[in-house]
Design a protein around this ligand. Structure first.
Ligand code: MSP
Length: 648
């Protein structure tokens, strides 16, 4: 019998710079869903890729002195390496610069054109001549180009347009009649409102730059981003050239997209599909964003957002688990290292890790390391069995709603119930009395069997942990590790030899770890993906900020008038810093580089409006700035300006 198919996609990422933890979020979610459906026996197609054309990428490449393709090749290589590190199980990776995509986009353009849905007109906007860019009124900064700050002028450019307005009513019907088409529901209401305000036709070509797919009927123009990007979901399946895969997997089951691109996926994309008479996606899910405290990464707060660093430190399973358990998928959430470490300790080290290690140790101690035959049933058994075998249905229902967080909590309900079962059955007391051996054996069997079910259910989210559990319980892969085995009890073979292994998730001393992160010990830069990027003197990608963002930071000259070692932390120094009339206490993670005596008397630059924090019990009211020294140390940012002076 042919397997049922399941097609899931992520957005295709802009290869303008290396990806961060926010980008990995959607891909991790898509990966878990793809693995979940494979576990359930589906024939899965999981697509991701990169969106490589457009004026912005052409400009970045120019700035780096390379051809656009050379620039994107390097970044895309880094993206693929990141997905390999994160063990993302995609089935295809589409690049919009590949000939297979370009040819098929041109075919799609022609189909829309022949349908009468594309016409030539002119695009009017505010134009910055040196940057060769059109801007909208709202994008301008003080009425000038947001990129170079120079004045803009009204300009007209010839362009091709797609008749989006023609599909307005059909789109409103789509939202109203197919509630499952766009989720969460709140985003649906937004889109209906947007359509009801009236849709304008969409500009789909440009002639002021050439980094794009040529318009097949007019080589002066290139196809403008969204027609090029959105069509990847069908060009990757061979649409218009080799339709076998397309027929097999389209329409897509789920397009996972970030909330800010829901509009493109639920208005423009369906309208394009309507134009070429193809079926619409079954579902578009708009997920929330992972934000950082204060909006951006801050080493002084110890917030690392480089996924590679986090994986190196805590493992890929822990990071994937955290991302999907901590945040409700449809909503925004704030990333902190503290939240990550707390999750690792409580859910992974304490709840799951301890359960596995206690069970294996007890089987070794009481049964010579061999899973015993259950003999005597008693009271809590039925409840444990009901919880463990009843979880899969609930997990399936939650996964189909993309409710990853509650699905994981449902699996953890088994973990918690099993831990409670140990407390209820007190095996260490049963072990004291030979007459209770039959009961003890049943308890040991039930513990191991419950863990087996957990190990299968976590497979889509953390497959290394599943394998490690199977190793410790002596289960060969494929024996009781299928989806259907999660509904059954008594699958684990009596007589299987268990073998204690290392702790699944070693406990982390959170305070120490955060302190190390604060002191700048842990952050390790991901090797830059782009060779040319290394030319940039910035050590890390922080994204652009406006002058208004910069204005929020109050930098002042301060004089360090006293300094001592932190009483509880070797890496920290506690300084008294005179800023004008005021004296503030500031804690810095620089004891590795400077003694208190080195600090005293220095006139330095201080971030004066940083929210005060306590670092290992000592109040810190600001941050002293240091520069990375040539020898790997840290250098003061010194000045002779008077204490209290503004640094601007
Ligand atoms: N190239 C377009 C998508 C075209 S799809 C046909 C694009 N690329 S992007 O690189 O800017 O963004 C890709 C995805 O990353 C988007 O879904 C976006 O929401 C997501 N994220 C970027 N930063 C994010 C967070 N901080 N948190 C969660 N997702 C975020 O848009």
């Amino acid at each position: 019998m042919e397997k049922k198919t399941f097609y899931i996609s992520t957005p295709i990422y802009y290869p303008s710079s290396n990806l961060h933890i926010g980008h990995t979020y959607c891909t991790v979610a898509a990966d878990a869903m793809a693995r979940f459906k494979r576990l359930q026996g589906y024939d899965v197609m999981f697509l991701t890729g990169t969106d490589e054309h457009g004026q912005k990428l052409q400009r970045i490449a120019d700035e780096n002195g390379v051809k656009p393709i050379e620039y994107v090749d390097i970044i895309v290589d880094g993206v693929k390496k990141l997905w390999a590190t994160m063990e993302i199980s995609y089935d295809d990776f589409i690049r919009t610069t590949e000939p297979r995509h370009m040819k098929r986009v041109q075919n799609i353009f022609m189909k829309m054109y022949e349908k009468g849905d594309i016409y030539k007109s002119s695009y009017e906007g505010l134009y910055c001549t040196p940057c060769e860019s059109f801007w909208t009124e709202t994008q301008l900064v003080d009425g000038c180009c947001p990129d170079c700050g120079r004045p803009v002028e009204k300009m007209k450019e010839e362009a091709y347009f797609f008749k989006l307005s023609k599909y307005q009513d059909k789109l409103i019907d789509l939202f109203k009649n197919n509630p499952e088409f766009l989720e969460p529901e709140s985003r649906r209401n937004e889109m209906i409102k947007f359509c009801e305000q009236g849709l304008e036709d969409l500009c789909i070509s440009r002639s002021t730059f050439d980094w794009g797919i040529p318009v097949p009927i007019d080589e002066k123009h290139v196809i403008y981003v969204w027609l090029d990007a959105l069509t990847n979901y069908i060009t990757a399946l061979g649409y218009s050239e080799d339709d076998e895969k397309y027929k097999k997997y389209w329409p897509v089951d789920i397009h996972l997209v970030g909330k800010e691109i829901v509009r493109f996926h639920t208005i423009i994309w369906p309208a394009m599909l309507m134009s070429i008479d193809e079926p619409l996606p079954k579902k578009v899910f708009g997920h929330g964003w992972i934000l950082l405290e204060g909006g951006k990464m801050s080493k002084s707060r110890g917030n690392i957002v480089d996924p590679v660093v986090l994986i190196e430190k805590y493992g890929v399973d822990a990071l994937k688990y955290f991302l999907l358990r901590e945040y409700s998928f449809g909503s925004d959430g704030v990333f902190t290292n503290e939240a990550l470490l707390n999750r690792i300790n409580s859910d992974l080290a304490n709840d799951l890790g301890n359960l596995v290690s206690r069970t294996v140790s007890m089987i070794e101690k009481y049964d010579g390391g061999v899973i015993p035959e259950p003999a005597v049933k008693a009271d809590p058994d039925d409840d444990l069995i009901a919880v463990a075998t009843g979880a899969a249905n609930k997990v399936e229902e939650l996964m189909n709603k993309l409710n990853y967080s509650v699905a994981l909590d449902e699996i953890w309900a088994i973990v918690r119930r099993t831990n409670k079962y140990i407390d209820e059955t007190t095996p260490w007391i049963l072990a004291k009395n030979e007459a209770d051996k039959g009961r003890l054996d049943t308890v040991m069997y039930n513990l191991a069997e419950s863990i087996r079910i957990v190990s299968v259910l976590i497979l889509p989210f953390m497959h290394h942990t599943s394998s490690e559990i199977w190793k410790q319980l002596g289960i060969p892969e494929g024996e009781g590790t299928g989806w259907e085995d999660t509904f059954k009890w008594g699958v684990l073979k009596v007589g299987t030899k268990v073998e204690k292994g290392p702790a699944l998730f070693p406990r982390i001393d959170i305070e120490k770890e955060l302190e190390a992160l604060c002191a700048g010990q842990a952050p390790k830069e991901e090797p830059k993906a782009a060779k040319k990027e290394e030319k940039k003197e910035e050590p890390e990608e922080k994204g652009e900020i406006t002058i208004d963002d910069f204005d929020k930071v109050e930098l002042k000259v301060g004089e360090i008038i006293a300094c001592e070692k932190h009483p509880k932390a070797d890496k920290l120094l506690v300084s008294q810093v005179k800023i004008g009339e005021e004296t503030r206490q500031i804690v810095s993670g620089v004891a590795k580089y400077y003694s208190p005596d080195d600090m005293i008397g220095k006139k330095v630059v201080v971030v004066a409006n940083l929210k005060p924090v306590k670092l290992r019990g000592e109040l810190s009211q600001g941050m002293i700035l240091f520069a990375d020294g040539a020898d790997g140390g840290l250098e003061f940012v010194q000045t002779t300006a008077p204490s209290g002076a503004d640094v601007k």
